[in-house]
Design a protein around this ligand. Sequence first.
Ligand SMILES: O=c1ccn([C@H]2C[C@H](O)[C@@H](COP(=O)(O)OP(=O)(O)OP(=O)(O)O)O2)c(=O)[nH]1
Ligand SMILES: [Mg+2]
Length: 144
Amino acid sequence: MNILVQKLSPTATIPQKMTENASGFDLFADIGEPIILNPLEWRQISTGIALEIPVGYEAQIRPRSGLSSTLGLSILNSPGTIDSDYRGEIKVILINLSPNPIRIEPEMRIAQIVFCPVISPQLIEAQTLSESLRQDGGFGHTGQ
Ligand SMILES: O=c1ccn([C@H]2C[C@H](O)[C@@H](COP(=O)(O)OP(=O)(O)OP(=O)(O)O)O2)c(=O)[nH]1
Ligand SMILES: [Mg+2]
């Protein structure tokens, strides 16, 4: 499958898979200068790219575990949803969950984007639903 990627700025970087069978393509920050995120601060970070995702697919913006485990850097709305009809700039809402300031560098690989199939069912209103073993048990009702 091909997915069209548009660079919206000359400094943007096309997302890259770092290994052949990686699920995600790393997303690069397209920022002119470093951005400091203070503890519990979040910011939309530009990537400088736009996508044309085929209908029937979506993209998810997910954190990179290395940045999370070493720095405490995460994504506020993880996983971010990129709709197939969105043609604007992909942005990453980074949040600093650590007690220390975090410096986001230009061209830093700040997140990863994963392309996934998505279904678009018809939602049919119903008065009753079929029975199941679980019924309405949830939120830990099976124990720890
Ligand atoms: O992390 C994200 C999440 C979303 N988007 C873009 C692509 C997506 O298609 C659009 C809308 O995202 P979403 O549906 O999550 O936000 P919303 O608050 O529901 O906005 P809208 O009313 O525009 O759908 O914003 C990003 O660039 N990065
Ligand atoms: Mg929406």
